[in-house]
Design a binder for this molecule. Structure first.
Ligand SMILES: [Zn+2]
Length: 243
């Protein structure tokens, strides 16, 4: 959900073994191949490549943590309990019984795509994985996106009726609200030009590229563009951070 921000339109609620160089006995070095990197340099390169992918497994959001699912089947209490047990309690949500520490006391300052952001410390590695995937995959035309402003932890709730924003747990990230609107949010969001352009698909209501959205979704983040809120700026980590 977007935070309270002010734009031109008004206030808005808002992823070495020195694996015996693949059979590369000296005798097997291809003829005509260029000079090989020194052994030490090759080992360093392999170690670096291994480190780069450590811990970045593909993950899917847990179904019972997805907003449209728990709203449909009355599973909100279960979803809240899971979040409190994993991330800590949040002020005013009555979740103190499920956790010893508050979520905000476990905040970590980090960066995402070069921009500063505060999130729950348990999702820092998840954001690193998303960032690696983006830097590796989202470079060509139609794939690239350059963020200007991002937001993470928040200490005031933007939901009603017992819902608690995942920003309160520090597991949600908003990217450029002015370029990626929340067409299903309260006024004046629906007036945003991207909500008024007659787009049939939510992917046409955002400047985020499909490549970026896919990168988040590969690592356990859910895009709230899929929700009735069409909150296209918003991604939330819905995997299990302790597994
Ligand atoms: Zn958000």
């Amino acid at each position: 959900m977007p935070s309270i921000r002010r734009f031109a339109g008004g206030s808005l609620i808002l992823c070495a073994l020195l694996s015996a160089l693949p059979g590369l006995g000296q005798a097997e070095v291809k003829r005509g191949s260029t000079a090989r990197a020194p052994k030490g340099a090759e080992a360093a390169r392999r170690a670096k490549a291994k480190k780069k992918t450590q811990g970045c497994k593909r993950e899917k959001p847990k179904s019972f943590l997805i907003r449209k699912n728990y709203l449909k089947n009355g599973g909100l209490p279960k979803a809240l309990r899971f979040r409190a047990e994993r991330y800590g309690w949040v002020e005013g949500a009555g979740l103190e019984g499920f956790a010893q520490h508050s979520a905000i006391s476990q905040a970590a300052d980090t960066t995402f795509m070069g921009l500063p952001i505060r999130v729950h410390k348990k999702i820092v590695p998840k954001l690193r994985c998303v960032e690696r995937t983006i830097r590796t995959s989202c470079n060509g035309r139609g794939k690239r996106y350059v963020p200007k402003a991002i937001g993470g932890f928040r200490e005031s709730n933007t939901f009603r009726k017992g819902e608690v924003s995942n920003h309160m747990f520090g597991i949600a990230i908003d990217i450029d609200p002015d370029r990626n609107p929340c067409c299903g949010c309260v006024d004046p969001w629906p007036s945003h030009r991207y909500c008024q352009n007659g787009a049939k698909s939510v992917y046409e209501k955002t400047e985020l590229t499909r490549c970026w959205i896919d990168a988040f979704e590969q690592h356990g983040f859910y895009w709230l563009g899929h929700d009735s809120l069409e909150d296209t700026m918003h991604f939330e980590y819905l995997g299990d951070p302790d597994r």
